[in-house]
Design a protein around this ligand. Structure first.
Ligand code: DI6
Ligand code: FE
Length: 415
């Protein structure tokens, strides 16, 4: 008999939503998945397994999933995980009638998060961000995008990006970093937004040289930065060969999506106020629309993103948590499946594509988001029989097991 191969592990008798191929959900009714090292070696119907295994040595370990659901690991393609402090007191004040301006004058709002982040040392920032990353991990996430944007000085932005990189090194999750210096105007630049944008552009080469940045983002809105300032950030990114993405059309229509698309943006995110011209530009550029129902819900927005028009135009749609302390203090991508369906009327399959294939597209990662031979062995096993159950229930934590780069962890071990 051939010797068992230590690098090969087999998962059998799963209901698999692979999101690969032409069938809805990439569905495999009684499926098997063979992992070799960090990659998927074979996936298909369990009945076809003997033939698939015949030519090679038997796997060292075999798990019978007894019909449980298996999907790609979830991809959260838009988060602001690195910051200190919280805004729970601000939440309380708002519910007692305080306005956003009153809160800002009393030292609250985004600037309070910036002050707390600057005051925290690297170890504390890591501890806080790692706890948030763990919450996403136990919910089935295997890849997360993390933005800077609460440091807003050269040193503090670099520190936040370095913390994000450290999460990718020390926790079982893949991290993509995004430099978001153009998130908000720091107090020391009050009345000098153009000077601040100059500074953001000046910091970028050093961030890239230090290996801290995979993409560049900006917040283009009335409370953020204008299109001309966004363009300067994008020009600086382009000069370094860095891909761009944009917080676009969240609170008003600034034409940000069309601007970002003209730079070949990976994604435009939020999009509640997106115009028909913005949709057409995104379609032409292959830009992904990232919907963020957590922020829509938490800010009690009433204007819906144009989901039907995006769908009709064939713009790929992703879904993310937008985890941040001010507008979406949410740490469950599974909950976004439900909110994407209930609030934005995505179908369950569209919502699922939004946290798998399309989220991978929004991060330009071709080796994940689907389950197929040769791709990364990043997947999750759920206490469910069909993925639509995760869209239908909410407030639950159905992830039974997660496999990251071929290595299984137990999501019940939370700390
Ligand atoms: N859009 C948002 O909703 C958050 N940032 C952004 O670009 C708000 C961030 C905060 O209030 O801390
Ligand atoms: Fe955001």
């Amino acid at each position: 008999m051939t010797r068992a191969d230590d690098g090969r592990r087999l998962w059998r008798h799963a209901r698999i939503a692979s999101f690969d191929g032409e069938r809805p959900w990439g569905w495999i009714d009684d499926g098997a998945l063979l992992v070799e090292g960090a990659r998927i070696a074979w996936i298909g119907p369990d009945s076809a397994l003997p033939a698939a295994l015949a030519a090679a040595s038997p796997p060292a370990a075999e798990v019978d999933l007894g019909g449980a659901l298996l999907t790609p690991g979830l991809i959260d393609c838009h988060t602001h995980l690195v910051y200190a402090g919280d805004r729970a007191a601000e939440f309380d004040l708002r519910l007692q009638g305080a306005s956003y301006e009153q809160i800002a004058r009393a030292g609250g709002g985004i600037r309070s998060t910036v002050a707390a982040t600057r005051a925290a040392d690297d170890a504390r920032l890591f501890e806080l961000a790692a706890a948030r990353a763990r919450a996403l991990i136990v919910d089935g996430v295997t890849t997360v995008e993390i933005k800077s944007g609460y440091g807003l000085t050269e040193r503090d932005e670099a520190r936040c990006l370095a913390v994000a990189r450290r999460i990718g090194r020390e926790l079982p999750v893949a991290v993509r970093t995004t430099s978001l210096g153009a998130h908000a105007l720091p107090p020391e630049y009050e009345g000098r937004a153009d000077d601040y944008i100059d500074a953001v552009c000046r910091w970028m080469p050093a961030q890239q040289a230090a290996g801290l940045v995979d993409a560049v983002d900006a917040f283009c809105d009335t409370v953020g930065f204008g299109p001309a300032q966004t363009r300067r950030v994008f020009d600086a990114a382009r000069a370094l060969g860095l891909p761009v993405k944009l917080h676009a059309e969240q609170l008003s229509d600034q034409g940000g999506a069309a601007l970002a698309a003209s730079y070949g943006a990976l994604s435009c995110d939020h999009l509640e106020h997106l115009s028909a011209a913005g949709i057409a530009a995104m379609k032409a550029a292959g830009t992904v629309g990232v919907l963020l129902p957590g922020a829509y819900y938490f800010l009690r927005e009433t204007r819906l993103p144009p989901v039907a028009a995006l769908r009709e135009a064939g713009v790929p749609i992703a879904l993310a948590t937008d985890h941040n302390p001010g507008s979406s203090p949410c740490l469950s991508l599974v909950l976004m499946l439900n909110m994407g369906c209930t609030l934005f009327r995505l179908t369950p399959e569209q919502a699922w594509c939004g946290v798998t294939v399309e989220a991978a597209r929004a991060l330009a990662l071709a080796d994940r988001g689907r389950l197929a031979a040769g791709l990364r062995a990043d997947f999750a096993v759920w206490d469910a029989e069909h993925p639509r159950e995760l869209c239908y229930r909410f407030g639950h934590a159905p992830c039974r097991q997660r496999v990251f780069g071929g290595v299984a962890d137990n999501p019940v071990l939370r700390r």
